[in-house]
Design a protein around this ligand. Structure first.
Ligand code: BGC
Length: 390
């Protein structure tokens, strides 16, 4: 039921798509990549293509410490993020692919992508706004996931500003797209700062009442994206005393439950693998962690998550204005192909996502913070991923 599928219709007539497949040159080497792991930015040529008659490219931002982030405007995706480990060697901590073709053709749809109009699930793809019922695209069993089959992750974003450390992407999601009401104008700004943090600022306005929940779906592995070590050895702390339990299809029950003392208790740092195999109905539903945590503090100057790898010493802290975060432990990664960066297969639990968000299915949950955006109001959220070592 929860099978993700690749929509072959993308290649239907009218879509003009050229990738210089035969022309993919070797990725440029980045300083410090002395071992066999892939710690490089892919060659931008392998992202140069027209999709939906729009130009797709790969953009690289770099700060004064040689930290680099590569972003493509296809899905507004983070492709690579190179940060120093405890020895100063640059490590790519984001899963993804080395060319656009793989992003378009392979079944893992969400690598590094901007997600919208509604990140996470809406039960049966249905909600009612101001008395009008809406049916949005259903793509996850009976439910809608991450904005529908052709959500923002498959759209070509306009590049409206680019400087050495900033990339501004814009997208107009038209009234009725994937079933959502209102023309929604979105601007997402990626900023790589000199303190080795990556800020993602989201802004949107609408001309009709709608629901909105934007996030980024980066898959992190602080051991390195092409490392054979999965993420169960990572230490995780989430500043959340509660989470939103789900039903068997990962729709919240509406309850807000304490994490105290159980498998979901990350209030003090613990290894992700410690309780992931515990006998717990919620872990069984998620096949591991795939749950929304209710953050104690959600201002962009407060740390909500601290994640670190004992192998590389890389530590990532997450700051957000959002009230929730989906901790997904990569339970549906299959690793049955070798199309990852450096020719690796992205295996089960080889990465995790920390998707800052409003709670899943909020349009149908009156007890959750509202995700409604109305004309004349602006949607503004900020999430920052900050890197140090220990
Ligand atoms: C969801 C998972 C889903 C994954 C897909 C996550 O945000 O919570 O259930 O399988 O996205 O990549």
């Amino acid at each position: 039921m929860r099978k993700k599928f690749f929509n072959g219709a993308l290649f239907a007539a009218g879509i003009f798509f050229t990738v210089a497949c035969n022309n993919v040159s070797k990725p440029k080497q980045t300083s410090g990549a002395a071992d066999s792991l892939q710690n490089t930015i892919p060659d931008s040529v392998s992202f140069d293509a027209k999709v939906d008659n729009k130009q797709v490219k790969l953009y690289t931002l770099k700060n004064k410490n040689d930290v680099e982030v590569a972003i493509t405007n296809y899905g507004g995706r983070l492709v690579s993020l190179l940060v120093p480990d405890r020895k100063g060697k640059l490590v790519d901590v984001i899963l993804g692919y080395e060319n656009l073709k793989n992003y378009r053709e392979l079944k893992e749809n969400y690598f590094g992508a901007l997600i919208g109009r509604y990140g996470n699930r809406i039960a049966n793809g249905k909600f009612t706004l101001d008395g009008t019922p809406y049916q949005v695209d259903v793509n996850d069993g009976p439910n809608s996931l991450h904005g529908g089959s052709n959500g923002f992750f498959k759209q070509v974003w306009d590049v409206t500003k680019v400087t050495g450390q900033t990339l501004e992407l814009s997208y107009l999601s038209k009234d009725g797209e994937e079933g959502y009401p209102g023309n929604l104008k979105i601007i997402v700004t990626y900023t790589l700062k000199d303190d080795n943090s990556l800020e993602i600022a989201y802004h949107a306005t609408t001309d009709k009442a709608t629901v909105i929940n934007l996030t980024n779906h980066a898959y992190f592995n602080l051991n390195g994206a092409s490392s054979p070590d999965g993420i169960t050895n990572h230490l995780l702390q989430i500043n959340a005393d509660a989470y939103t339990p789900v039903d068997s299809l990962l729709i919240p029950t509406g309850k807000i439950e304490t994490v105290k003392g159980g498998a979901f208790d990350f209030t003090t740092a613990k290894a992700i693998g410690k309780d992931i195999g515990a006998k717990d109905q919620q872990l069984a539903y998620g096949k591991g962690y795939d749950h929304n945590f209710v953050l104690n503090k959600h201002r962009n100057d407060k740390v909500v998550v601290t994640l670190s790898s004992p192998v590389t010493g890389i530590q990532m802290q997450v700051f957000t204005t959002e009230p929730g975060i989906q901790f997904y432990s990569g339970n549906f990664l299959k690793g049955d192909d070798k199309n990852g960066k450096g020719g690796v297969a992205y295996k089960y639990r080889s990465a995790l996502c920390l998707e800052t968000q409003h709670f899943p299915d909020s349009p149908n949950q009156p007890g959750f913070p509202s995700t409604v955006l109305t004309p004349g109001k602006a949607y503004n959220t900020v999430t920052t991923y900050s890197f140090t070592t220990k």
